[in-house]
Write a protein that binds this ligand. Structure first.
Ligand SMILES: [Zn+2]
Length: 421
């Protein structure tokens, strides 16, 4: 099936972006989980001067990092307590992150589940969504919330049930805000797929889709995602340039205009992985997402928002910006999150930790779930950090062989949550 004009046009624009940088292979990079002994600052000080790619931030317990080949000897001489996550990051990427080309479907056929056996290029993801929508034109449509900084469409799919389009409160998903978290798009795609395919033959799924309008955006940071495939697999931020710095990119999940100004949960350094931007909501993508989010709030309201991330296996409830505050419905949120973790574990025994974001993981300001809770009045706005835990290996490089299982356990979890909430 052909791509619609609305999706194809930005793709053409995007290919006009100048200057192709050399691809970083990560061959010979070694990744470690370092125990911080509750003093992450001291560990970071020891790492200063080494060529390090950080995987996580501000955590009390451990720092996960990749180290360039030339600095591995110097790192080992520091004698930190650490376990190996990747002996050779580049080799693991090549071995486990298998790619396939997407064949597409004949008119109005449902795409094959083989889609979930490997990773895919951005253009293939766009086509997959168009094909899926094309098979269910009665209760779905492709929408766009605007364009990214480099002109790519921030597209999504809207699903509805028997009440008709736009008649019910919103269930709203974001994937791939952090560009390197590839598994998130696959998981939201699997959930979308099953909502549509099972609507006609599964009573529980029919009830869910008859109760909510779903708005699912698999790539809220398309520029970053494309960059992870062309140039740097471990890129996290968007690709926005600023005149004030030669460093590129803002962490979109520190840029939302709610409690953005609170200190301690983001960086003011444009070169940092958690750079918050110069002003609240000053990224092209967040501007578009804020406007779209407000339209959902002002129509039927938002029942559930999930920002899908990896990795660490967490279900995180608000708040991110303050570790002592609890939302008014905290007890209900905690109970549902715990029920969700239980249901996820029933498929393959995968354990997810639940808790309030700030306390369970680390403080974050300007994050999506705080905005959705505080400024868009979503009843539940959560972050889910997918597989793996990190200590079991994998990090952002989740083997393609685990895509389907990751997706199935989340789909089982979502069926519980959507019925129970
Ligand atoms: Zn993330």
């Amino acid at each position: 099936m052909k791509l619609s004009v609305i999706l194809l046009a930005p793709l053409v624009l995007a290919t006009a972006v100048p200057k192709q940088e050399r691809k970083i292979t990560y061959d010979g990079y070694k990744a470690f989980r370092i125990s911080t002994e509750h003093d992450a600052a001291a560990v970071k000080e020891k790492l200063a001067g080494l060529s390090v790619v950080p995987f996580n931030f501000n955590t009390e317990e451990h720092l996960d990092i990749a180290i360039a080949p030339e600095d591995i000897t110097a790192f080992e001489a520091l004698n930190l307590t650490a376990e190996v996550m990747h002996e050779d990051l580049g080799a693991d990427i090549a071995k486990h992150e298998t790619f396939s080309a997407y064949e597409g479907v004949t008119a109005q056929a449902i795409p094959s589940l083989t889609w979930f056996n490997s990773y895919h290029a951005y253009a293939d993801h766009m086509q997959f969504f168009n094909d899926l929508q094309g098979a269910f034109t009665q209760n779905s449509e492709i929408f766009t919330v605007g364009n990214s900084g480099q002109g790519r469409s921030i597209f999504g799919i809207h699903l509805w049930g028997s009440g008709g389009k736009g008649s019910k409160p919103a269930v709203y998903f974001h994937g791939t805000v952090h560009a390197r978290e590839w598994i998130t798009a696959k998981v939201v795609e699997y959930i979308t797929y099953n909502l549509l395919v099972q609507y006609s033959n599964n009573t529980a799924v029919k009830t869910v889709l008859d109760s909510y309008d779903f708005y699912i955006i698999p790539f809220v940071n398309p520029d970053g995602f494309v960059y992870t495939q062309t140039t740097n697999r471990l890129w996290r931020k968007n690709r926005q340039t600023r005149t004030s710095s030669s460093c590129v990119g803002t962490d979109m999940n520190r840029n939302w205009p709610y409690k953005w100004e609170v200190t301690g949960g983001a960086s003011t350094d444009p070169c940092d992985e958690t750079y918050k931007g110069q002003a609240a909501g000053d990224t092209t993508e967040i501007k578009a997402l804020v406007a779209f989010t407000q339209t959902l709030k002002n129509s039927k309201g938002i029942k559930l928002f999930i920002d899908w991330h990896s990795y660490g296996q967490y279900i995180l409830t608000p708040w991110g910006y303050d570790c002592s505050l609890k939302p008014a419905n905290h007890a209900r949120q905690a109970s549902l999150a715990s029920g969700l973790a239980t249901r996820i574990a029933q498929s393959y025994g995968t354990r997810f930790t639940t808790g309030q974001a700030c306390a369970a993981l680390y403080a974050t300001t300007g994050d999506s779930t705080d905005y959705l809770t505080g400024a868009a009045l979503a009843e539940f706005a959560w972050t889910i950090e997918l597989r793996p835990t990190g200590s079991s290996g994998g990090g952002f490089v989740l083997p393609a062989a685990q895509i389907l299982a990751s997706a199935i356990e989340q789909w089982e979890g979502m069926k519980y949550l959507l019925a129970a909430m």
